[in-house]
Design a protein around this ligand. Structure first.
Ligand code: PLP
Length: 444
């Protein structure tokens, strides 16, 4: 890539050039990828990522919301090595795997279900897709062919496959796919204080057409950390129960301790018919997700061998034993490290620090937080562009890795973060916002 005359200022520059040659990055404009100073990670320690030049970055977004206990957790590493000596993968289509069974049994102890059944997939979007198909066939298996629609919320994000994109509200430049999205009933977004009330009315009015309602309980993450108070959600659960519409809780972002309870549904007083889990399920180690179904949903699929009540859906790497082994060790660690108590203490600390150092900044419009899930919404002055991007660059230069959602700065600390790391994150964010606001002022 480089002529002898080219000045290579860092090892990273060479890697970035090789990277953009062959790797197509998701949600990334490749024409400008290199000029946005990406970091090229080589290894990690605890809550820090280390790039090819040996520079360290505090991982303040949990590697896009997946990392729970940190990087290179000795117990998780050991679980992975142990499983490798047994088998890396065997199919779940028609056969079983011992480690996957043990993992499902352990998961059954923590999900808010009485008799859960787990259909594994490899990504959140695929697990959402499974939930939508299960909801649809749940009704047709009972001879009901009128319930073919879904109710979803404005601002919703459920993943990027066509089905999950359809129940999602669009945005992020996905409008181009509108002709491919199936139609759904749409309640307002969480920004509207009446959204749940409206959703309940829609459920009552359209119950006979609805297969299911899909929600992100408590927090719409990708919408820029939009939140509703937990107490509002019980009414939605009641409306679904009253009108016999299935309730799907998408906990891909909120699951595994992120919002202060193991699952956000618990705080919301919801007992979903199905739940979708992903992201934190392996502590951020390996791609795994699952659709959780209750007994009633599961039973609607029981019937004759090769019969039409069967769910004809399954993925090649479903329930991968390496991922399951890590997931199992992860659940055990969650308990033994008392992760939830750290989440709740750090959440209180984080709230106080944000109030002191970030809220007073004139360009900060609002701060939204639930557990260790934070959105700081900026209000850039007229004509200012790409502020989220600029603040991110300032922060990365200061050794704290973040990634914004538009002009909403996201903090998603790893759940085991120390008090010092939380302080460093907030002070760095405050300094980065101040630097960008200052530069803007100087330009005027
Ligand atoms: C990230 C996310 C998904 C999609 O998960 P992938 O593993 O990225 O496919 C779905 N729903 C929610 C709420 C998410 O945050």
């Amino acid at each position: 890539m480089f002529n002898d005359s080219d000045q290579v200022t860092s090892i990273a520059d060479g890697w970035i050039a090789r990277d953009e040659e062959v790797v197509w990055h998701g949600f990334t404009q490749m024409a400008t990828y290199a000029s946005n100073s990406p970091i090229i990670v080589e290894r990690a320690e605890g809550r820090e990522l280390i790039d090819v030049d040996g520079r360290r970055y505090l991982d303040a977004i949990s590697s896009l919301w997946v990392t729970t206990l940190g990087h290179r957790v000795p117990e998780l590493d050991a679980a992975l090595r142990q499983q490798i000596d047994l088998v890396a993968h065997s199919t779940l289509l028609g056969n079983g795997n011992r480690t996957t069974i043990e993992f499902a049994e352990a998961l059954a102890q923590v999900v808010p279900f009485e008799q859960p059944h787990f259909l594994f997939a490899s990504d959140g979007a695929a697990a959402v897709e499974q939930a939508l198909k299960i909801a649809f066939q749940f009704w047709t298996n009972q001879g009901i062919t009128t319930r073919q629609s879904y109710l979803a919320f404005g601002g919703a994000y459920h993943g990027d496959t066509l089905g999950s994109l359809s129940v999602g509200a669009g945005g992020f430049g996905t409008e181009v796919f509108d002709p491919l999205r199936f139609r759904v009933l749409r309640a307002p977004s969480y920004e509207d204080p009446n959204c749940i009330e409206v959703a309940c009315a829609l459920i009552a009015e359209h119950a006979q057409e609805l297969a299911a309602v899909i929600i992100e309980p408590l927090v719409q993450g990708a919408a820029g950390m939009q939140m509703r108070p937990a107490a509002e959600f019980a009414a939605l659960g009641q409306a679904c129960a009253e009108h016999d519409v299935l309730l799907i809780c998408d906990e891909v972002a909120t699951g595994f301790g992120r919002t202060g309870t193991m699952f956000a549904s618990e705080q919301c007083g919801l007992r979903p018919d199905m739940m979708v889990i992903g992201k934190g399920i392996t502590g951020g180690y390996l791609p795994l997700a699952a659709t959780v179904a209750n007994q009633r949903v599961y039973e609607a699929f029981l019937g004759e061998d090769l019969g039409e009540r069967t769910l004809y859906h399954g993925h090649s790497y479903s329930g991968n034993p390496l991922a399951a082994a890590v997931g199992l060790a992860h659940l055990q660690l969650f308990d033994s490290l008392d992760v939830m108590s750290n989440v709740n203490q750090r959440a209180i600390q984080l709230q106080g620090l944000l109030q002191t150092h970030v809220e007073p900044l004139s360009v900060v419009q609002s701060i939204r937080q639930q557990g260790l899930m934070v959105g700081v919404e900026l209000a850039p002055p007229e004509g200012a562009v790409r502020w989220g991007r600029k603040v991110t660059a300032e922060s990365v230069n200061r050794g704290v890795l973040i990634r914004p959602l538009g002009d909403v700065m996201v903090l998603m600390p790893i759940l085991t973060s120390t008090p010092e790391e939380i302080t460093r994150m907030v002070l760095t964010l405050a300094a980065s916002i101040t630097a960008v606001a200052q530069a803007e002022q100087n330009r005027e």
